[in-house]
Design a protein around this ligand. Structure first.
Ligand code: NAD
Ligand code: GLY
Length: 362
């Protein structure tokens, strides 16, 4: 088993571990009992994940709530159902919630835990690749509002994250690629995440394509570990996204516009992100922020993994641009682009001339 320590400044109390390895679900309560004194656990999962892995977590302390599956259920109504269930089973302040599922389950459970009795312990057991490398780490918890995604939420860190790589075997190819897209994101920003990174995720992705595609558990474990270490470095320096954390949104400004204009139905988040990453590389190349060689290498990496690089719609450029404006990464009426500036490095640029952005929208 590998371990990544997430240290949240300034309070050491909010440090926690991300455990990564095979068959960890079987021993989940051994790890959980080390981080909480809970007498009762409310396990929040969904109708897809429960039949696959739910029973592994059943014991005399556990109660379940099984949510319908889908992004559209990450809302206030379902949040209320979780809180109702917690009250019904008399979950107390020292008890805990466990999120067993992908990013949707993780985000809504974390938010329920953050507000139930002013905050109780919660444990993330992410079951998608995206959740294992991104959403389960860093404490962003939220539900959607009809006017936008993740608009109601909090920063609330879990007590522990347990990433069992075996659960990835039941993921669809599409969902696996969605997670890969976020891993590539880390490769493109890795040098900006920490002053010193003693690995090269970009090179690793180039070298181990086949093993990654075949879900070689050792290689996957390494990939998840590197991703969590990078995210941990960023969150350690900027938990509440006052600055640096925005780099984790590489490719996301375009992605959120694509998701919004297609009503969050057509593309998975990772698909929109890989399209967004290709678009920002194109913009950076056109504006000569990056060399021809790095541009080609990066786009090749996205293609190597068979990730989406274009959308099928014909968007009105103005409408697309306006959708980028309604993204949360807009400050002082300027779009903050996370721009590639050299190999594996990015910088925030908010002075990009609209005409260059419009040129890239097809
Ligand atoms: P998801 O939670 O919808 O899961 C994708 C699909 O895979 C679902 O149908 C789910 O039931 C299914 N599934 C989950 N685990 C499975 C398994 N082991 N085997 C088979 N099927 C499985 O989607 P996601 O991509 O995991 O997460 C997307 C959500 O995460 C979005 O709501 C997004 O806003 C959020 N997110 C949050 C953060 C954060 O920092 N909090 C970061 C990125 C994304
Ligand atoms: N996924 C972006 C963040 O955690 O900040």
């Amino acid at each position: 088993m590998d371990k990544v320590k997430v240290k949240i400044n300034p309070s050491k109390k909010t440090s926690y571990s991300v455990l990564i390895g095979e068959k960890l679900l079987n021993k989940a309560y051994d790890y959980i009992s080390k981080v909480t004194n809970a007498n009762k656990f409310l396990i929040v999962t969904n109708e897809t994940v429960y039949p696959l892995y739910g029973e592994k977590l059943r014991n005399k302390k556990s109660e379940f709530i099984i949510l319908p599956d889908g992004e559209m259920y990450k809302n206030m109504d379902i949040l209320n159902k979780i809180l109702d269930k917690a009250l019904e089973i008399k979950l107390e302040r020292k008890d805990a919630m466990i999120a067993l599922g992908g990013g949707v389950v993780g985000d809504i459970t974390g938010f329920a835990a953050a507000i139930y009795q002013r905050g109780i312990d919660f444990i993330q057991i992410p079951t998608t690749l995206l959740a294992q490398v991104d959403s389960s780490v860093g404490g962003k918890v939220a539900v959607n509002h009809f006017s936008g995604k993740n608009l109601i939420g909090a920063f609330y860190q879990p007590k522990l994250v347990i990433s069992d790589t075996c659960v990835l075997n039941t993921l669809s190819d599409r969902q696996f690629k969605t997670g890969l897209s976020e891993i590539l994101k880390y490769a493109f920003i890795e040098k900006s995440c920490a002053n010193r990174v003693d690995f090269n995720l970009f090179g690793y992705l180039k070298a181990y394509k086949d093993e990654i595609y075949n879900k070689n558990p050792k290689i996957l474990k390494k990939l998840i570990k590197m991703s969590c270490e990078l995210k941990s470095c960023v969150v350690n320096k900027d938990e509440k996204e006052k600055g640096l954390r925005a780099i984790l949104n590489f490719g996301h400004t375009y992605a959120h516009a694509i998701e919004k204009l297609t009503h969050y139905e057509k593309y998975t988040h990772g698909e929109a992100v890989s399209i967004g990453m290709k678009m920002i590389f194109e913009l950076a190349h056109n504006l000569e922020y990056i060399s021809e060689e790095y541009y080609k290498n990066s786009v090749e990496l996205i293609n190597d993994y068979g990730l989406k690089t274009s959308y099928e719609e014909k968007f009105e450029p103005e409408e697309f641009y306006n959708a980028m404006f309604s993204d949360k990464k807009v400050a002082d009426n300027k779009i903050n682009f996370v721009m590639p500036i050299k190999e594996r490095s990015v910088a925030i640029k908010n002075n990009i001339d609209k005409k260059y952005v419009i040129k890239g929208i097809k």
